[in-house]
Design a protein around this ligand. Structure first.
Ligand code: SF4
Length: 760
């Protein structure tokens, strides 16, 4: 077996001194408010923080750079339309700490690389473009013009445009994303991987093939009308905290909430709304009526058993099935003959529990199913989500008030970026419109997604890597492989607000291009500009910063794209100067090239925003019909002594951004190198709480090692373990991906756990 070679800059492996408390059963409360304000206070004067928070998620205000949970369509809370983690996101972005050239002179790459991701992230905002010359150990300042001409030179020296990769993270606005894909396609490639490839790609595939649109169908108001809400593979208390408010309202309107998740998460058990005097005084709102602690990778089996029993009991909406679906007979044949006894141990839920859920669902038709990475990052993720669709179709629970699909998106504009063209397989309509409106051909060859981009860089087929936002190395799987891939490049470029790990693992030359954040004012020709984003429910609205930029050497993302395009393609068919004058012109182009954006400028300026068309919401589906699909479900092939591992986020974290070292809902403090393990498994391995272990994955005959993890006894199914992302990404094999979506299988990594002897 070969080993992945250790890379100096991969990640810090030092332990920080764990303290264990009790896992909590209630999320929110006044404590959340106190902690949020402490984060603001640590990063900036409180008056500055309040100026931003007053505008956060308000109409015509600043869109939270955190998750993509929607704001209410009607009135917004005057107390604050945000959560603890939204405040932390603001504190991170609007921090008063800034990194000037002196910092980079004093801190070499090697010195910074030994820090943890948390320590790196806390250094502050980057104040000017920085350049790393080949062979140098320190970044140095570079002018914007010199930076653009260096990138243009690298790009134009490539033998083929497909040797360049242009990544997008989910913070990028619609305006910047549309221009970016336009530039990349005129340059001559579709290599437009994005963070969607690692999160909801499986949802997009499953929903697109069955319902005709790769997005969710529900609106926020549907939560108030639902009879049953299933929350699957999701931890809203940490990752989309304002969703708890929607669940609370649903509950008060009589909805039953079923949570399906391997670990008990505080936010799914109960919620104490810090905005509501009644709950502050009177206590929590219990959320979940049923909590199914499914085994990792057991959701497809669970859904198949539920659907089998619904069909067996004939608890179906026959009129809906008859009028609005295709494929029911084949599906009925398939699901009637599944072997429940084989599927029960895969999901790990007793049949008696499942029968209670079926008895409930049998009587209801307004059912919403929500999900996140717990469903999307498995080998069988696409089929699992199609089984969600089968359930909703059996019950006629789609295209009606209080019912439908709700894939909850993790980053604020990840959905919008895809809508405006960030995709490695260009939609025909977009390619036709670009030809018609801009006069150039979009390349036909499909580009690389994230996993294939990494492989292309590793194999030397791609040589320039450009990232519009994000922390690519920490977000992606198989960290050592990905690090090697980035190092093979001739040039790596990151458009960033803050320093991150990906700046320290670089190509032969590297650039950091500092951009404005969501909270920053963006003034063009004396006029304040706003950008637009699309939330998880397909609503497009504006976002406008209020803070004067802390440095005059920052550029907005749209300006960076325009100037890069001008430098790279001197005879471009696109009038980039026009977009530099006003973002209204960019929105006009989006309106002319992408369906659903009619009267774009008018509707985002005069009104609060607008919903994009959605065929699953309207019931038009694909040619008017939705598709049942049948799939076989198999157990993962795991040796008795091995574990199935999932990576998860701590409460002090948003994606790759680490706000702190605590995970207070889970009772874990001051340590991120932890492995959550069932007490029975600990006994089997003769482990005590806080023992140290090394974790290995051997996929494909390659040994991947995540050393030095602390054992935490936890309420997690036997045979399953949990570790934090990105620390355990080193174990996620680059070529273990979901069928059809190619999403890394970060929620079902097969690992060995080996005790670290005292002398080691
Ligand atoms: S729920 Fe998401 S979008 Fe809303 S404030 Fe919290 S992090 Fe931001």
């Amino acid at each position: 077996m070969s080993k992945r070679k250790k890379h100096d800059s991969e990640t810090s492996e030092k332990l920080t001194g764990i303290k264990l408390g009790k896992a909590q059963e209630v999320a929110g409360g006044l404590k959340a408010v106190g902690i949020a304000l402490k984060h603001v206070n640590n990063e900036m004067p409180i008056a500055k923080g309040l100026k931003v928070l007053n505008k956060l998620n308000q109409k015509k205000g600043i869109d939270c750079p955190g998750c993509a949970w929607p704001d209410p369509d009607d009135e917004r809370s005057s107390l604050g339309e945000y959560c603890e983690n939204g405040v932390k996101a603001i504190a991170e972005e609007a921090t008063a700490k800034a990194l000037y050239p002196e910092f980079f002179k004093q801190n070499s790459i090697q010195q910074l690389a030994v820090l943890s991701d948390f320590e790196i992230g806390k250094k502050g905002r980057i104040a000017q473009p920085m350049y790393l010359k080949e062979g140098n150990e320190n970044y140095e300042e570079i002018s914007w013009d010199a930076a653009f001409s260096l990138i243009a030179q690298h790009l134009n020296n490539l033998a083929d445009p497909d040797e360049a990769i242009f990544y997008t993270s989910g913070r990028t606005s619609n305006e910047a994303a549309f221009l970016y894909q336009l530039f990349v396609r005129e340059f001559g490639t579709n290599n437009l991987p994005d963070c969607s490839n690692m999160c909801h790609e499986s949802s997009g595939k499953a929903l697109g093939q069955t319902l005709g649109i790769g997005k969710g169908s529900v609106k926020l108001e549907d939560f108030e009308k639902a009879e049953v809400i299933m929350v699957m593979g999701q931890n809203p208390g940490t990752n989309h905290p304002r969703m708890l408010n929607a669940l609370k309202k649903a509950k008060r309107n009589g909805a039953t909430i079923i949570s399906v998740n391997p670990v008990k998460e505080a936010g799914l058990v109960s919620f104490n709304d810090p905005q509501e005097l009644k709950t502050i005084i009177g206590g929590k709102t219990k959320l979940s009526d049923y909590y199914l602690q499914v085994k990792l990778n057991g959701d497809q089996a669970l859904l198949q058993i539920i659907n089998h029993l619904l069909v067996k009991q004939d608890a179906l909406d026959h009129a809906f099935i008859q009028n609005k679906t295709i494929g029911f007979e084949q599906y009925q044949q398939h699901i009637s003959h599944i072997d429940v006894e084989t599927l029960l141990p895969i999901c790990g839920i007793p049949l008696s529990e499942i029968e209670k859920i079926v008895a409930l669902l049998a009587k209801k038709s307004k059912i919403i199913v929500c999900w996140a990475m717990g469903l999307t990052q498995h080998y069988n993720a696409v089929d699992t989500i199609k089984e969600v669709v089968n359930l909703l179709l059996l019950k006629g629970s789609i295209a009606k008030a209080g019912a439908g699909t709700c894939p909850v998106r993790g980053h604020s504009n990840v959905q919008g970026d895809r809508t405006v063209g960030i995709v490695e397989r260009p939609p025909k309509a977009l390619a036709d419109n670009i030809r018609k409106n801009f006069g150039f051909e979009v390349p036909e060859k499909h580009g690389y997604d994230v996993v294939n981009s990494i492989k292309a860089m590793y194999e030397g087929k791609a040589k320039v890597f450009f990232a519009m936002g994000g922390n690519f190395l920490s977000a992606t799987p198989d960290t050592l492989y990905t690090a090697k891939a980035l190092e093979q490049c001739t040039l790596t470029v990151h458009v960033s607000t803050k320093l991150n790990r990906s700046h320290l693992v670089h190509g032969k030359e590297a650039l950091i291009l500092p951009c404005l954040g969501r909270t920053d004012q963006d003034v063009v020709n004396g006029k304040d500009q706003f950008v637009t984003v699309e939330n998880s429910m397909g609503f497009v609205h504006s976002s406008q910063g209020v803070l004067p930029p802390f440095s005059d050497k920052l550029l907005s993302e749209p300006a960076i794209v325009c100037r890069l395009a001008k430098a790279t393609i001197p005879d471009s068919k696109v009038n980039w100067d026009k977009y530099l004058e006003s973002y209204d012109h960019i929105r006009d182009e989006i309106e002319h090239n992408i369906k659903g954006f009619d009267n774009y400028n008018k509707r985002v300026s005069a009104e609060n925003g607008f919903y994009l068309p959605n065929v699953a919401r309207s019931g038009n589906f694909i040619d008017g019909k939705a598709y049942f699909t049948a799939a076989h479900c198999e157990a993962l092939n795991v040796n008795d002594e091995d574990f199935v591992m999932m990576t998860l986020r701590s409460h002090d974290q948003f994606n790759t951004t680490i706000y702190g070292l605590d995970d207070r809902y889970r009772g874990i403090y001051n340590e991120r190198r932890v492995i959550l393990m069932n007490k029975k498994d600990m006994q089997r391995l003769n482990l005590k709480a806080q023992d140290k272990v090394n974790i290995y994955n051997d996929h494909g005959g390659i040994e991947r090692l995540a050393p030095n993890f602390v054992v935490v006894p936890y309420d997690i199914p036997v045979g399953c373990v949990g570790t934090y992302f990105p620390e355990a990404n080193v174990l996620v094999p680059i070529d273990a991906t979901a069928l059809q979506s190619n999403t890394p299988t970060s929620k079902s990594v097969i690992v060995r756990v080996v005790v670290v002897e005292e002398s080691e």
